[in-house]
Design a protein around this ligand. Structure first.
Ligand code: ADP
Ligand code: NI
Length: 213
């Protein structure tokens, strides 16, 4: 199968899987991350096909959407076999997706340049104006408050604990978003993260100015 055809079929497959998602993994998050990863791949002279495919599939193995992470990875692997992808490319994509989905303490380092790019694109979508919107949408879907001065931000927690424990949308900025700037892999993402990070800081300043009035 031609690469264009595989990409088109994968887009359709992911769209159908995530169109109704309300857990922060909606189709438009995938579309933004895929576009960003493709542009970054061109800039960094990485493999655009692997970047686009991994970006399209990166959230499908998420534990929120599957019985387990393993079950999610099997689903992705089966899909790649069904579009007749060669074994080597399939393994490269699976490696990227499993590293992105890793939920144990301390995410392992991304090995390939393509993986670094997709991870950066995913992290960039979690900060800036879009990241702020996603945070409030996620908190709302989870039943968390916008903010509660009595609930302190909790550090060094796993993603699972964030999800099951009590937090607020504003706390999520301190628990995760403000730290993402320093976790970018590629120079281009580091640069893009600066402006988006500043938008988080500006937003928090404005939020607390109005809160304390
Ligand atoms: P992704 O890997 O695509 O960023 P996540 O599952 O980590 O997916 O999060 C989805 C979106 O919801 C992200 O924008 C993230 O910052 C936000 N989010 C995750 N956990 C929380 C939380 N406890 N409160 C508010 N927003 C959250
Ligand atoms: Ni994502």
């Amino acid at each position: 199968m031609k690469k264009e055809k595989i990409l088109a079929l994968t887009k359709e497959y992911v769209y159908n899987e995530l169109a109704n998602d309300r857990t922060g993994h909606d189709w438009w998050h995938i579309a933004r991350v895929t576009k960003m990863a493709k542009n970054m791949a061109i800039e960094e002279k990485a493999d655009t096909f692997i970047c686009e495919m991994s970006a399209l599939l990166h959230d499908l193995a998420d534990e929120k959407l599957n019985v387990s992470e393993e079950a999610g990875l099997t689903k992705v692997s089966n899909w790649l076999v069904s579009v007749e992808l060669d074994e080597k490319t399939k393994l490269e994509i699976i490696e990227i997706i499993s590293t992105i989905s890793f939920k144990g303490g301390g995410q392992p380092k991304m090995k390939s340049l393509e993986g670094k790019i997709v991870q950066d694109a995913d992290r960039l979508d979690a900060i800036g104006a879009i990241g702020i919107a996603r945070t409030f949408a996620y908190a709302g879907a989870k039943g968390d408050l916008i903010y509660d001065p009595a609930i302190l931000p909790r550090d060094s927690m796993t993603k699972k604990e964030y999800r099951t424990g009590k937090s607020t949308a504003i706390n999520h900025f301190y628990e995760k978003l403000l730290k993402l700037k320093n976790s970018m892999n590629t120079p281009i993402a580091k640069k893009m993260a600066e402006e988006r990070h500043q938008r988080l800081e500006n937003y928090l300043d404005a939020f607390f100015e109005e809160w304390d009035i």
